[in-house]
Every structure is written in structure tokens, then in C-alpha cells.
Ligand binder design. Structure first.
Ligand code: FDA
Length: 371
């Protein structure tokens, strides 16, 4: 039996803990917040499941991951069909025939295709040097200026000409009237919210949970007590920023309650214009087809990240990748501590990717032990 310390009760830490506990190992889970579940935390407020850290829609084409997560909750038939509000007009996302009809009045797919080809042609002849050139070469000027530019600049806090092209390697464009945002085979929202999933994963006699406990406050002591540590916090913070600080983008959430039953008629609406400080409004009840008499919305404001605040998105440019690789190399010198999840690997991961990585890590350690 191995003794594991898992730092962080988010999805990565919890999947890993569940797997090892079922393998007969003892696991202690440390969490510095006052609740489990990390950023997928949902809380029931006035009978509505509120996504406290932003909209979380589960989607995957990985059957193994889908079967795994379905052990812990039933998923509803929610399909993400977000909309975008720009310059007093409402558009469907992802870019599809409904969007093109609103934009140009075209209803024939070939006409929409021609329009995009005509607008993007002149940007295709050379390698894009930044995000603006990349977007123009993929979708042309109208879509870029009406639906991408100002939203992206709010999101990242810099002009598109100063953002790297790789942020949008591809932009999904569909020539069908299909508003389903994801191409994945499986999609839905867990009935009753995400927190219960984590509660069920961690409900095991081999798992002990310690909330409001920051590993870094007693790092040496924790390291001396456990054979293996799985760390899902910030890798640069773990190493006391010895190679410098990695950059993140942060978010602020503003929740509002209304006594009436329907605020915007859709779960997610993006706000493109730079004159509006938030990037999205989510209306939580629509994730679960709620028929409550009241409603709750959340506005999402992108923010500059300062040390001590919640780091939401890694800024994956060359400089940060260079710094990250130094930390990664250092981590490979010590087999007691393994890094996982979005902060441990300094990578944007969707939930299904986090689950897959945690299952793979657990498999590797179990097989290694058997050998
Ligand atoms: P997570 O951050 O959840 O967990 C890490 C935990 O470690 C935290 O609870 C933290 O408090 C704790 N911790 C850190 N340092 C510690 C320390 N020193 N001591 C103790 N505890 C410590 N994905 C998707 O599939 N569909 C979607 O719709 C969305 N939507 C979405 C919206 C927004 C706004 C964001 C930012 C992200 C998404 N995601 C998503 C991604 C999803 O949130 C992500 O894949 C998982 O939450 C990552 O889980 P982790 O366990 O890696 O990190």
C-alpha cells in the first residue's frame, strides 16, 4: 500500500484519489479553499445549480471518459448553443448558416462559402504573424470584425495584432444550420450539479479530505509524511518562482438574482463589444431546463492576474512556455512529486482531458506497482 498526498480537490486530484483509493491505497486530499471540486464547483441557490467559477459544459468523444463520469451522475441532454451579441444584433455560434444568414442575408451554403473565400483570400498567401492575420485568413474581415476582434481583445487584455496566431489555430465554420457548439459525440450537464460528482469520487474509507489547508504553508512537513505527492496547484508557486513567474488571465464573476423566470432565454450569451466590460452572461437554470419562478445570472469579467488571485487561463505564449519547460525539467528530477491538471501542467484543459490524464496517471502507477 502506498500513501498518497493529493494537493487540490479539483477534477484531476479527485479522479486520481478515487482510482488509488479503489486500488487499496491511502489518500489524503488537501484543499486550500473551503469547498471541494475546484473550478467545477456548483452550489444550489434558490433551487438552481449555480456554476460558481463559470459555465461548465461536459463534452467528449472519448467513450472511456464518458463511461467513467457517468458512474457518478446522470447527464441531461443539454446541447451548448451559445449566442453572440454584437453592435445591437444577436448571432448564432459557432459560425454556421444561421450566423451567415443574419450577417449577410445568404441562405445558400455555397454563397456563404464564396463570401468567406473572397474575404479571406488576400490573407492566405503568407504565414500569419499574429492572431488578427490568422483570423482574417480563416474567416475573412466581416466575421473577424463583428464577432471576434473586440471579444478576443477583452478576453486577453491586448490588441489582436499583439496576440500570437496559435491561440486560434482553427475556427469552426459550418455550412449547415447547426448551432451545436461542440462536435463531440457526448455532451450534457450532470443533473444535480458537478459538486456531487466530486463528493461521490471522494466518498471512500481510504480517502481523508482536509479543507482550508494550503500545502505550501507546511511544504517540508507534508513532503516528509507521504511517499508520493500529486500536485495540482501552480507549478511555479510550488518551486517558489525560482525560474520566474508564469502569467495567467483571471476572471471576476458577478452573480445576480431576479424574481422573474427568464432573463435571456439561453444558457450562454457572449458580449462582443468592447464598450461592455463583461464577455459573457450565463443563465444557470437553462443548463438544466429549469422551470423555477426565479432566475440567477452570472456576468464574467476578464481581468489581469496578480499574484494571490485565482489563475484561470494560462497565457501560453513562447516566453511562458520557455519558463514552464524549466519547471517541468526540474520536476522530472524528483519522482516523489508528480504534477497534474491545468495549473500543474500549465495548460488549458477541458474536463474530459483532465479526467483522461488523471486516469492514465493512476493506471501507470498501479501497473508500475504490480510489476
Ligand atoms: P482546479 O483548478 O479545478 O483544481 C485545483 C485545486 O487545487 C483547486 O481547488 C485549488 O484551490 C487547489 N489548490 C491549488 N494550490 C493548492 C495548494 N497549495 N494547497 C491546497 N490546494 C491547492 N471545461 C470543459 O470541459 N467545459 C467547459 O464548459 C469549461 N468551462 C470552463 C470555464 C472557465 C471559466 C474555466 C476557467 C475553465 C473551464 N473549463 C471547462 C475547464 C475546467 O474548469 C478544467 O478542465 C478543470 O476544472 C481542471 O481541473 P483541475 O483539477 O486541473 O484544476
Amino acid at each position: 500500500m502506498t500513501s498518497y498526498l493529493v494537493v487540490g480537490s479539483g477534477l484531476f486530484g479527485s479522479v486520481f484519489a478515487e482510482q488509488m483509493a479503489n486500488n487499496g491505497d491511502k489518500v489524503t486530499v488537501l484543499e486550500k479553499r473551503d469547498h471541494i471540486a475546484g473550478n467545477i464547483y456548483t452550489k444550489e441557490v434558490s433551487n438552481i445549480q449555480v456554476h460558481k467559477y463559470g459555465a461548465h459544459i461536459f463534452h467528449t468523444s472519448n467513450k472511456k471518459v464518458w463511461d467513467y463520469i457517468n458512474q457518478f451522475a446522470d447527464f441531461n441532454r443539454f446541447t451548448n448553443t451559445p449566442m453572440a451579441f454584437s453592435k445591437s444584433e444577436l448571432y448564432n455560434l459557432p459560425f454556421n448558416m444561421n450566423t451567415f444568414y443574419t450577417l449577410w442575408g445568404v441562405k445558400d451554403p455555397w454563397k456563404a462559402k464564396e463570401k468567406i473565400a473572397e474575404q479571406s483570400k488576400r490573407y492566405r498567401s503568407r504565414e500569419p504573424r499574429n492572431l488578427e492575420e490568422q483570423a482574417l485568413s480563416l474567416v475573412g474581415r466581416d466575421i473577424y470584425e463583428i464577432l471576434i476582434k473586440e471579444y478576443t481583445e477583452k478576453q486577453w487584455g491586448r490588441p489582436c495584432e499583439k496576440l500570437p496566431a496559435f491561440i486560434i489555430r482553427r475556427l469552426p465554420v459550418r455550412f449547415t444550420f447547426d448551432n451545436n457548439y461542440f462536435d463531440d459525440l457526448y455532451q450534457g450537464i450532470p443533473v444535480g450539479g458537478y459538486t456531487q460528482i466530486i463528493e461521490r469520487m471522494l466518498d471512500h474509507p481510504n480517502i481523508e479530505i482536509k479543507l482550508m489547508t494550503d500545502f505550501l504553508a507546511n511544504k517540508a512537513e507534508w513532503l516528509s509524511k507521504y511517499e508520493k505527492v500529486i500536485y495540482t496547484g501552480m507549478i511555479d508557486e510550488f518551486y517558489d518562482y525560482c525560474f520566474g513567474e508564469l502569467e495567467y488571465r483571471s476572471l471576476a464573476f458577478e452573480h445576480e438574482h431576479f424574481a422573474h423566470s427568464n432573463y435571456q432565454g439561453n444558457a450562454v450569451i457572449n458580449y462582443i463589444d468592447k464598450t461592455i466590460p463583461y464577455t459573457r452572461i450565463i443563465e444557470h437554470k437553462h443548463f438544466e431546463f429549469g422551470d423555477q419562478k426565479n432566475t440567477i445570472i452570472t456576468k464574467e469579467y476578464p481581468q489581469k492576474w496578480y499574484k494571490g488571485e485565482e489563475p484561470f487561463y494560462p497565457i501560453n505564449n513562447e516566453e511562458n512556455q520557455h519558463i514552464y519547460h524549466k519547471y517541468e525539467k526540474l520536476s522530472q528530477e524528483n519522482s516523489q512529486v508528480l504534477f497534474g491538471g491545468r495549473l500543474g501542467r500549465y495548460r488549458y484543459y477541458d474536463m474530459h482531458q483532465v479526467i483522461d490524464e488523471a486516469l492514465n496517471l493512476a493506471d501507470k502507477l498501479i501497473v508500475h506497482k504490480v510489476k
